[in-house]
Design a binder for this molecule. Structure first.
Ligand SMILES: [Zn+2]
Length: 281
């Protein structure tokens, strides 16, 4: 069966992927995206971790996790996962995440009560090759929760299952859209979080108001009939809220970054407000 073939090719190194890079000191183009994250780790704005490594061609790669820990607010810490560059040619999302980390130093109150796990480079080989797909030619975003053997997907699924997030946000850039928009799935509050996110983002880029976006029915930039295989929590209970935020890939990169940061901070703000209402009941 094809699965056993895939398994033969699969080289996932369990945990501690750092040792892989130590063994194979290949300097990647990925450094360009990750360098500011390492700098932020140096200043204490982030903590670094690894989901593990894998080998692709002559290179050893790793999926990195960077933790942004807000001050405690005395309540249960809200844990969110934010995923970027699952399509290798959309590194705008990684830039938004480093902006977010820098913002946490200037305005720590935005992050109070939150622990954010940031994954800036979910498709390192695609990024290095400048392609949407991974080096193995796969659209990784279509592989989730269907027992895929793609190493990036195996590592990310394992991470998502272990982290038990309250919410999951994926950042993308769409070259067929002239405005920002998003998909919602999972917990029903997802829509109530995406709307203010789009409103905040509209300070930087217009919202795509088309009735059909990317083949899906949309209303004011919100798509509720998401396709399968998107980076989502699948069967995990309780279901986290799930939002996919898309910027227009053809727009000014800086505006895409600012729009994503505005959307993310709006989600943090709105979710906290919803929690405090729930706590008062
Ligand atoms: Zn994408």
């Amino acid at each position: 069966m094809s699965q056993s073939n895939s398994q033969k090719r699969l080289v996932v190194l369990p945990g501690g992927g750092a040792s892989v890079t130590e063994q194979r000191p290949i300097r990647h183009y990925c450094e360009k995206v990750l360098r500011p994250f390492w700098d932020a780790v140096e200043t204490g704005a982030l903590e670094s971790g690894s989901l593990g490594g894998f080998v692709a061609g002559a290179g050893a790669y790793e999926i990195h996790r960077f933790t942004l820990r807000g001050e405690t607010d005395g309540n249960t810490t809200v844990r969110l996962g934010v995923f970027a560059t699952i399509h290798g040619d959309e590194p705008q999302g990684a830039s938004a995440l480093i902006e977010l980390a820098q913002l946490s130093r200037r305005q720590p109150e935005i992050f109070r009560g939150y622990e954010l796990q940031l994954y800036p480079l979910c498709n390192p080989t695609g990024y290095e090759d400048g392609t949407r797909h991974s080096r193995r030619g796969e659209d990784l975003n279509r592989h989730f929760w269907r027992e895929s053997q793609e190493p990036e997907v195996v590592l990310l699924e394992r991470e998502i299952a272990a982290q038990k997030f309250h919410g999951i946000i994926s950042l993308h850039a769409d070259d067929t859209s002239d405005g920002v928009y998003g998909f919602v799935r999972g917990a029903t509050i997802s829509q109530e979080l995406l709307r203010p996110a789009l409103m905040a983002a509209s300070r930087h880029l217009t919202v795509n108001e088309a009735p059909v976006i990317d083949g899906f029915r949309a209303h004011e930039g919100v798509i509720v009939e998401g396709y399968d295989g998107i980076l989502s929590a699948g069967h995990i209970e309780p279901r986290p809220f799930e939002i996919v935020f898309e910027t227009p890939a053809g727009g000014a990169v800086d505006r895409q970054i600012q729009a994503s940061v505005a959307a993310l901070t709006a989600i943090l703000h709105r979710y906290r407000a919803m929690l405090s209402v729930a706590n008062d009941i």
